[in-house]
Design a protein around this ligand. Structure first.
Ligand code: SF4
Ligand code: SF4
Length: 425
């Protein structure tokens, strides 16, 4: 399962208290003094594979993932984990694609646990048999986040283009019976926001302690399907009100995360708590990323853990320093008194919407490009069709990914490529 988190901030901040940061890492600063002191990474996302049995229309994996078929070996992953832990990383997410497709997952979890990581498995649940749950538990896995696409079989199975809803329910029961904390994730958008009450009910029935209602952020396949997935402001308001009613009603029984998507704000979020600040991602082929969608940005070469030490990547590489801090900013951010709060927002969003990753995130109403965001939101409000009319979506599939590769440089603001597996909503 690709990592879909609207609470990256919280996740990065909730490093397990019992997991000490290595002393050498905590005291390491920039060696040459030309840039401000750089803190060590705290949160490591290990994207073990881009392979996945599902075909989610909102997947955050790169649309050209089929161009990155290579995967690190077990030994290379272990070396990367050791280096990341030595740097100071303490919270580790295993994601993908579907990380369960790696049959060395248990080995990697065991090594990570021995190194002192707090380990999370971020999964669609497909392949999570009782046998593997036993093995992962024995390896010391701390936490599993299981994703659903909806509370109904029809929409869950449609959005993933698979018949997996019943299987996921069985997996949820197994996770619970093994004694793992029950943590569910559901990506929200135009088609399932009206079901938010049912999604919460489903999570409560399953004994969820945490439910992340991750409103779609528009990167990767979600961006390609933006016109179809974008909700209306009324849908969001209604869903947020429902969530708040549940929060009052259920108290501490389940913590529900719900963050309004960027397009409906007038200030951007401090993306990933700042570029090269706390988050370090490693793609299946070993590319090190300051944000899991950064691969979409032009003009950046991401160093690879196969041939470059992680310490060098984190502190000295151009890719990790390019948007660190605020000295890279252009106007209006450069002279804005809010620049230390949001650090200019999201570089990927700036690129996808304006064509220049160094621009202000156009979610900001001080951006001269803010009108682009308003137009998208307005189009969503004016759209009158629904699932009963013909409206194709683009499924994440190898074939569609190869089509993106065949048409590089397609302007992100144009209509997405079509021709999914023939299913329409
Ligand atoms: S297709 Fe779905 S389950 Fe697979 S990685 Fe993408 S979002 Fe996750
Ligand atoms: S202009 Fe830039 S720094 Fe100022 S609020 Fe907007 S995005 Fe943030």
């Amino acid at each position: 399962m690709a990592w879909h988190s609207t609470s990256a901030h919280e996740q990065a901040a909730t490093v397990n208290d019992s997991t000490p940061i290595p002393t050498s890492a905590a005291t390491h600063g920039r060696p040459d003094g030309t840039l401000p002191t750089v803190a060590p990474p705290l949160w490591l996302l290990a994207e073990l594979t881009y392979r996945c049995p599902l075909h989610c229309v909102f997947c955050y994996n790169p649309t050209n993932y089929a161009a990155h078929k290579n995967e690190l070996t077990t030994a290379q992953w272990i070396a990367a984990l050791q280096q990341a832990r030595a740097l100071g990383a303490a919270q580790l997410g295993f994601s993908g694609g579907e990380p369960l497709l790696r049959d060395d997952l248990e080995t990697l979890v065991a090594h990570a646990r021995k190194l002192g990581f707090y380990t999370n498995l971020i999964t669609s649940g497909i392949g999570l048999t009782d046998t593997r749950l036993d093995a992962l538990q024995a390896a010391g896995l701390d936490h599993i986040q299981l994703s659903f696409q909806d509370s109904t079989q029809e929409l869950n199975d449609f959005l993933s283009s698979t018949r997996t809803f019943d299987l996921k329910k069985r997996v949820a029961a197994s996770i619970r019976s093994h004694g793992f904390p029950m943590v569910l994730n559901c990506v929200l958008h135009r088609y399932n926001l009206p079901h938010v009450d049912k999604i919460i009910d489903m999570a409560l029935d399953m004994g969820a302690e945490y439910l992340e209602l991750a409103n779609t952020q528009y990167y990767g396949w979600a961006h390609a399907n933006r016109a179809q997935l974008m909700p209306t402001a009324d849908q969001l308001r209604e869903a947020e009100s429902v969530v708040n009613q549940y929060r009052q009603r259920i108290g501490n029984r389940c913590t529900i995360y719900f963050v309004v998507p960027d397009y409906f704000e007038t200030r951007p979020k401090r993306c990933m708590n700042g570029w090269g600040s706390v988050f370090l991602g490693i793609a299946p082929d070993g590319a090190a990323l300051p944000c899991h969608t950064a691969r979409s940005l032009p003009g950046l070469t991401f160093p690879n853990v196969i041939d470059t030490p992680l310490r060098e990547i984190w502190y000295d590489s151009d890719a990790f320093n390019r948007f660190r801090g605020h000295s890279w900013m252009k106007e209006p951010c450069r002279s804005c008194d809010e620049r230390f709060n949001d650090l200019g927002g999201c570089r990927c969003q700036a690129y996808l919407l304006t064509g220049d990753p160094a621009n202000a995130d156009p979610v900001c109403d001080k951006s001269p490009e803010h009108e682009r965001v308003i137009q998208v939101v307005r189009a969503a409000a004016e759209r009158t069709d629904d699932r009963t009319t013909e409206h194709p979506v683009l499924f994440r599939s190898d074939a569609n990914s190869r089509r993106f590769i065949a048409q590089p440089g397609q302007p992100a603001t144009e209509e997405p490529l079509r021709n999914g597996p023939g299913v329409r909503i």
